[in-house]
Design a protein around this ligand. Sequence first.
Ligand code: SF4
Length: 348
Amino acid sequence: MKQWIDKLRKERTLRQEEFRQLLTGCDAETLRYINRQAREVSLLHFGNKIYIRGLIEVSNCCRNNCYYCGIRKGNPAIERYRLTGESILDCCKQGYDLGFRTFVLQGGEDPALTDDRIEKTVSAIRRNYPDCAITLSLGEKPRDVYERFFRAGANRYLLRHETHNEQHYQRLHPAEMSGKRRLQCLQDLKDIGYQTGTGIMVGSPGQTVEHIIEDILFIERLRPEMIGIGPFLPHYDTPFAEYPGGTVEQTLLLLSIFRLMHPSALIPATTALATLTPDGRERGILAGANVVMPNLSPREERKKYELYNDKASLGAESAEGLAVLQKQLNAIGYEISTERGDFNTIEL
Ligand code: SF4
């Protein structure tokens, strides 16, 4: 197995059969080996610095019904909220004072959070914080809307495709949603000039090794600047409540595969991984991740943005817990960087 890992590090790709062997035959020793290779690549590109992004969950209302998501329209059991523009700016102020230089505005596809409102908020953040990056994660929009947000000052956009395989996409989403449309959105974002992020859930219901290979090859073609890999975690109020979650091992394996294929990509150690296991954040970093996204949302709303069960939002997952995070990172030889941390194409 090691020969495929060495080849992946050197050539940044494998043949499909080689990926299949790596994905199906990875034992504990192989996982340690690939995690170490990926960590070395990450250290070469970013040193021991971990970029922080201030996550602001702007709305938990959504018009969609993705089967895996706790804030889907069809879940009557959650209390809905939507932050005002003013409240979002307050979060930015608090984040800026703490040292954040990237704000991530994330939310469901909320019809009441109109394009005008978003555009105005982005413009205001841009005016107040000209030295900060603005990342949006607000779902699918027409191309001209993405262009408006970009002109208003947004720099980055996160839109996970979740799975490239159309049948699998249909398994995870209701019929009115389309994998093709999502892929078109990603292409539009790239063309407009956003630093674009995509990614998958690991271990989602119905996911096969062939699907994962398809995702790896799609991401290789798209060359996104950011890659988000987190385990599927079930939420009790969704149709997937009874399904098992993805595993730490498979998530760490994929994280390392993506690091070896995309040495300069920005790859977060996700909150989902930190929720799955208490040392998930550290293990993600030691497997090649170089970004963490502490939560800057108002404390009273955090619990309502529950995409999956028991989502971590306090302690080192929170903006006010930066000292805890710093300590955890120091313990594994890393430290927080308060730089903006844009994608850098320098190839080593
Ligand atoms: S995954 Fe996103 S689009 Fe789907 S229901 Fe949840 S918030 Fe809405």
